[in-house]
Ligand binder design. Structure first.
Ligand code: SF4
Length: 340
């Protein structure tokens, strides 16, 4: 998958789009990678899809309340690639590699700290951990993007996990069906099928991402009998309008994919140009509730700063005197989130 022919260089991309900026613009910390096929599918530089992957000088703007690890995953890290924050589920960061790097990624700083895919020894170590924690019911495999690994590597990872935990549900968190749909092959799906129950959580932010190629990939996944749900990040100037969100969620539902989460932007360093103010997010969500059926409406959520976990919005969300927000966690703690 690391074939240089598969990916477009930043210089080529800038010339394709006749970009006004410098082809040397490097986003802070996060590497640049866009599949050539993705650039060809979205040849307009102002398209809401491709803009999510083009580095910007604004990534060097770091605000005082932003963090390199906004979810405090380091606090819950039990081994370099394993995060155990909630009793019943565990998160495996199986790789730091993605087919395309989203410039707003909340793991943008830690993406660069590790490199490659879990080794056989690391897989054995994490499986031992899982086997020793019987409370784990769900195993989230994230990254990076786990489907960016080869079928052989995925087979090793999944067979280890399945041996360690026979009953757990495996969630594959991926953006591959959108950014590199040609990776969704019968052979990949046959490999995954051996280790069910397995749910796909597909990261999709705009209805334009659902073109012919990604629809075919998503349809193929469903035809192989997998559940597919979606997660979306609310992004300034990409999808922060009622019409863009309604189009996206109704289209996903039409494709047989349940909209699962709409995430408020994390306070990740260098991503403020992508964050929608929380007041606007709440107002958009209010409109979505009026216009979408219960099954089309995802949960609006934020990962509370300071490792306080996921909070569903607008529950327990109040604005204080200076306009910033208090967020109440389910266990009664209070997190602060700025109004931007
Ligand atoms: S695919 Fe996921 S992990 Fe990879 S850059 Fe995008 S948001 Fe980050």
């Amino acid at each position: 998958m690391n074939d240089t022919n598969v990916f477009i260089s930043q210089k080529e991309l800038f010339s394709l789009y006749n970009h006004a900026g410098s082809p040397d613009t490097q986003g802070q910390g996060l590497p640049f990678r866009i599949p050539r096929s993705l650039a060809e599918r979205f040849p307009e530089k102002n398209n809401a899809v491709i803009r999510q992957f083009i580095p910007s000088p604004q990534e060097t703007v770091i605000l005082p309340y932003e963090s390199p690890d906004p979810l405090s995953e380091q606090t819950f890290r039990k081994m370099p690639w394993l995060v155990h924050q909630y009793n019943s589920r565990v998160l495996i960061r199986a790789t730091d590699q993605c087919a395309a790097y989203c410039r707003f990624c909340y793991r943008r700083a830690i993406q660069t700290q590790v490199s490659g895919f879990l080794s056989n020894t690391e897989i054995a170590n994490l499986c031992e951990y899982i086997q020793g924690h019987k409370s784990i019911r769900e195993i989230l495999i994230s990254g990076g993007d786990p489907l960016f690994g080869t079928d052989t590597w995925l087979y090793k990872l999944l067979s280890g996990i399945r041996t360690a935990s026979k009953q757990s549900i495996i969630r594959i968190c991926t953006r591959i069906p959108i950014v590199l749909p040609e990776r969704i092959t019968d052979s990949l799906l046959a490999t995954l099928k051996e280790f069910g129950p397995l749910v796909f959580v597909v990261h999709c932010n705009h209805a334009d991402e659902l073109d012919k190629q990604s629809r075919t990939a998503l349809d193929t996944i469903r035809q192989h009998g997998f559940y597919v749900v979606s997660q979306t990040v609310l992004l300034k100037s990409i999808n922060d309008s009622v019409s863009a969100l309604i189009n996206l969620f109704t289209e996903l539902y039409r494709l047989g994919i349940l909209p699962y989460y709409l995430f408020q932007g994390d306070l990740t360093q260098g991503t403020s140009h992508f964050r929608t103010p929380l007041s606007k997010g709440l107002s958009l969500y209010n409109e979505l509730r009026k216009n979408l059926s219960g099954i089309e409406l995802p949960r609006y959520a934020v990962d509370a700063p300071g490792g306080l976990g996921k909070i569903y919005l607008p529950e327990g969300c109040t604005q204080n005197g200076d306009g910033n927000w208090f967020l109440k966690t389910p266990d009664g703690k209070t997190a602060l989130y700025p109004e931007e």
